[in-house]
Design a protein around this ligand. Structure first.
Ligand SMILES: [Zn+2]
Length: 173
């Protein structure tokens, strides 16, 4: 399922969720197989002025996103409301809601930005793709190898996770 960059568009094709399907075996081998093993590899990253815990293998990429966002906010201060309020969080060893599959948050490679500015498919009745996150913020994350939950039919617009393999030429249309 190719991860397509560019202009944000509503996702209306059933189960068009590029990157939402993950290989737990691969992720456990890469980032840690247990909560304790992942926690032992977490480091602190300054995310637009707030300290967050992130996996050491993804921390440099998140720091680069933060630098991009700080530049954007310097020229467009209104963008700060998406990244400098109460964040949804980073590391949490937990299954995806109503499933037995581990969330990317379990591996310390995902960040949820400001929840108050976000939309999540399970919150909406009737189901309809919705988004408030601006293009510039999505672009800043994607430029550093983070996939965005707003590119999913099962949308989660606060959610960004470090998935550099999705951006490799072999995986892109
Ligand atoms: Zn998330």
């Amino acid at each position: 399922m190719p991860y397509v960059l560019g202009a944000i568009t509503p996702k209306t094709t059933l189960n068009d969720d590029p990157g939402r399907i993950r290989s737990d075996a691969l992720f456990k081998a890469t980032f840690g197989a247990t909560s304790a093993a992942v926690q032992a590899q977490l480091v602190t990253v300054d995310f637009v002025g707030q300290p967050v815990r992130f996996h050491a293998r993804a921390a440099a990429a998140l720091a680069k996103v933060s630098a991009r966002l700080e530049k954007l906010i310097a020229t467009t201060p209104s963008l700060a409301t998406y990244t400098t309020g109460e964040l949804g969080g980073t590391f949490a060893w937990r299954p995806i809601a109503n499933t037995n599959r581990l969330s990317a948050h379990s591996y310390g490679i995902a960040i949820d930005i400001v929840v108050a500015k976000s939309n999540y498919w399970e919150w909406e009745t009737p189901f309809a793709w919705k988004n408030q996150i601006p293009q510039a913020i999505v672009d800043a994350f994607e430029a550093e190898g983070f996939a965005w939950g707003g590119r999913w039919y099962h949308y989660d617009t606060m959610h960004f996770e470090y998935r550099p393999e999705l951006f490799a030429a072999a995986c892109r249309p």
